[in-house]
Design a protein around this ligand. Structure first.
Ligand code: FES
Ligand code: FES
Length: 180
């Protein structure tokens, strides 16, 4: 039987076998972003949010708390909203990333983007890209959301300007327009 130390060493070896170590210098990281493969040189410690805003130049994604508490940095991973400050760019692998820059279809805004404009659902706008990504994911997966569904979808988002009532109205209208 293995003692605790031997078991720890054995499991550490298993982990080391499974995950090749890279870094600390920059390595090539390929990401599928808004339907395009982009390769950047980035240190393995770089978060997805930092990679988007830095080497990838996609500054629509915002960083506020940088610790998973405000959702300003929300993007989609395979269509589901995630906080991009809480994962490393190198962890993303082949999963499809969608940022606020990839939400419109050509010149046509996503219904949630249009509804945010129509309902004045922003003031300073700092939380807005993340809010839109979560609300758009909601209407993509639930064509008839209730106001409570919208509240749940944005429950992790902090808006210092207090635009929540407008965000809820905009998202309900966007769902109707999308069904429409
Ligand atoms: S910046 Fe990522 S959750 Fe706040
Ligand atoms: S509109 Fe200013 S933080 Fe939300």
């Amino acid at each position: 039987m293995l003692n605790t130390t031997s078991a720890f060493i054995a499991s550490a070896e298993l982990i080391n076998d499974a995950i090749p170590s890279v870094g600390p210098d920059a390595v090539a990281i390929s990401l599928q972003i808004n339907g395009v493969t982009r390769t950047v040189q980035a240190e393995p410690r770089m978060t997805l949010a930092e990679a988007l805003r830095g080497p990838l130049g996609l500054t629509g994604t915002k960083i506020a708390c940088n610790r998973g508490a405000c959702s300003a940095c929300t993007v989609w991973l395979d269509g589901r909203p995630v906080c991009s400050c809480m994962m490393l760019a190198i962890e993303v692998g082949t999963r499809a990333i969608t940022t606020i820059e990839g939400l419109a279809q050509g010149d046509t805004l996503h219904p949630v983007q249009q509804a945010f404009i129509d309902h004045d659902a922003l003031q300073c706008g700092f939380c807005t890209p993340g809010m839109i990504m979560s609300c758009a994911a909601l209407v993509e997966h639930n064509p008839e959301p209730s106001a409570d569904d919208v509240r749940a979808a944005i429950s992790g988002h902090i808006c210092r300007c207090g635009t929540y009532p407008h965000v809820i109205a905009a998202t309900l209208d966007a769902a109707k327009a999308r069904k429409g």
